[in-house]
Design a protein around this ligand. Structure first.
Ligand SMILES: [Zn+2]
Length: 105
């Protein structure tokens, strides 16, 4: 039987940030992983804080050749969450759902 150099280091339980589907993510000893797609950390803020940030309005910026509305103020985050997508969302079967765009000043 062929031996693989990869050794499973950890089984992680993650939820898809788009559809909330549960994922079993396997982390290997070489820091690679499978079972989900990790995009980094995103800020979390309360609904109250989001509403406060919204009250400052938006400004128009050019994104490529498109005009997009960007919030003048970002909600203050109370913490950060890991952003994961399940393979189904990652491969674009949920394109009808809008994705939140985060921007940093
Ligand atoms: Zn998903």
């Amino acid at each position: 039987m062929a031996m693989s150099k990869k050794v499973i280091k950890e089984h992680m339980h993650k939820d898809c940030s788009i559809c909330a589907k549960h994922m079993d993510v396997i982390l290997y000893n070489d820091r690679s992983y499978r079972g989900g797609h990790y995009f980094g950390k995103v800020p979390l803020s309360t609904e109250k804080e989001k509403a406060r940030a919204r009250s400052f309005g938006t400004r128009t910026v050019m994104w490529g050749d498109k005009e997009v509305q960007v919030a003048k103020k970002d909600p203050k985050p109370y913490g950060y969450a890991e952003y994961w997508e399940c393979p189904k969302c990652y491969w674009g079967e949920s394109d009808d759902k809008p994705k939140t765009v985060y921007h940093f000043n």
